[in-house]
Design a protein around this ligand. Structure first.
Ligand code: ZN
Length: 454
């Protein structure tokens, strides 16, 4: 007998342009042999909110797609006696303002909110108020809000080293209060972050296999093993030199550990305020996350998702890497890193279709934008858990509830094909334009008496 334990995650209004909620529900129930008892739906997309609010425009996708507003989805939930969960990525990208943005060590910002900032908490409370009212008007009560606890503190690679965030006014103040030597942390050469982080071709590489009791010597050992700073410094040294270098590395590692604890405090304080705002409304607070021992992108240890009382449920991919407490309950999310890859894909799609945004951000090139959608689709495809992994986990523990992603492999495949055509067409167009322009330059050079350059 099917158990009522499954949430259907509809990550973006755009999906409803391809399938109705009836179709998505029927498809998920058929594949997984469960009854869908709730639908998860986003509070916003990068262009705006999924409901009418004075604080932001309506999402571009909601405008374009019939029946895709949050109140429409609430109506459907009521009609079908299905619960409603709201999902919230914590970048608040639609705000597009340095009021909330994270700040990198060198002072640059990214279109991603700092969850420690008072402005972010104010924005979140306003958003939550508006969404709950919009849904209550349709006679529906929201069961929970799932906060995306992934990639909270963006990192960027730069000539082999990694820039960390956030160093906004509020974060800096808290880091200093926790005893962090900010000048050393931000400007020391070599940077203590190089012990654990590196910019490599495949992106930012990080060592994460340590817990909250990590010592400077463990940091050095991990760094050496991972081919990071300690390996560079200690490789081929004599015993005497090694001793001296280890002393220096130990000092850097001590600073780094102090930072890790200070960042963890900032993150947990920020999440606490968000969780408090949700629970003050009588709504449960969930987290969708990735289980890393230590998560450099989030500034917390995976056990913090469970031991802090912040969340009523934790959504994560099937895994047995870490011994997870049974409370609060886990829920199998079918994609690695929570909604990170799903959100990236729909963000890329939205940017492709929103020429205003592309002009503003200097990405106004059809071919390149379509290619980015394809790239994001492929990453999502690679990040999806196989049905086998989900079945094995459910076989071992039949009571494990599910979050079924409505974006399945077939849909991703369809998107890749769609955008490949667009990308090819645009690339051909660009190549033709480049050839024409090269021909013109050559002709001009000849007219001015110069010869061919090649
Ligand atoms: Zn900050």
């Amino acid at each position: 007998m099917p158990t009522r334990t499954a949430v259907l995650d509809v990550p973006n209004p755009r999906l409803l342009a391809f399938f109705s909620l009836d179709e998505l529900k029927a498809r998920a129930e058929q594949i997984w042999g469960v009854e869908i008892d709730a639908v998860a739906y986003p509070l916003y997309t990068i262009s705006g909110c999924t409901f009418e609010t004075p604080i932001a425009r309506l999402s571009h996708w909601v405008e374009e797609t019939n029946g895709s507003s949050l109140p429409d989805v609430a109506d459907w939930c009521k009609k079908n006696s299905v619960g409603l969960v709201l999902t919230c990525n914590l970048d608040f990208a639609f705000l597009n303002s340095d009021l909330c943005h994270i700040v990198f060590a060198r002072g640059s910002t990214a279109n991603h909110a700092c969850i420690f900032s008072k402005a972010t908490h104010t924005l979140f409370a306003m958003l939550l108020d508006g969404a709950l009212k919009a849904v209550a008007d349709r006679g529906v009560e929201v069961e929970g809000i799932a906060l995306s606890v992934v990639d909270l503190w963006g990192m960027s690679g730069r000539r082999g080293t990694v820039e960390t965030s956030c160093y906004c006014r509020e974060c800096r103040r808290s880091l200093v209060e926790s005893g962090v030597d900010l000048d050393y942390l931000m400007f020391a050469d070599p940077s203590p972050f190089r012990l654990m982080l590196a910019d490599r071709n495949s992106g930012v590489y990080h060592e994460s296999g340590f817990d909250e009791h990590v010592s400077p010597d463990v940091i050095i050992a991990l760094s050496e093993r991972g081919g990071l700073l300690a390996d560079e410094v200690l490789k081929d040294t004599t015993d005497q030199v090694r001793l001296k270098e280890v002393q220096k590395l130990r000092s850097a590692a001590t600073h780094l550990i102090k930072y890790i604890h200070a960042r963890r405090k900032i993150t947990l304080d920020g999440l606490q305020r968000l969780s408090d705002a949700v629970r003050a409304k009588g709504v449960q607070c969930f987290a969708s996350a990735q289980i890393f021992d230590y998560d450099w992108n989030c500034g917390i240890f995976s056990t913090d998702l469970f031991n802090t009382g912040l969340f009523d449920e934790v959504w994560h991919a099937p895994q047995n890497k870490v011994d997870l407490p049974s409370e609060p309950p886990g829920r199998i999310y079918m994609v690695m890193r929570g909604n990170y890859y799903i959100y990236a894909l729909f963000t890329r799609m939205e940017i492709y279709h929103d020429r205003d945004h592309r002009e503003r951000t200097g990405q106004d090139d059809d071919g390149a934008a379509a290619a980015r959608v394809i790239e994001a689709s492929r990453s999502l495809q690679a990040a999806q858990c196989t049905p086998a992994a989900v079945h094995v986990q459910r076989q071992m523990d039949p009571s494990t509830p599910l979050v079924i992603s409505a974006v399945d492999s077939d849909l991703i495949h369809m998107l890749i094909e769609d955008y490949r055509v667009l990308a090819d067409r645009a690339t051909e167009h660009i190549r033709a334009a480049q050839a024409a322009s090269a021909g013109l330059s050559e002709m001009l050079r000849r007219m001015m008496g110069g010869g061919a350059t090649e």
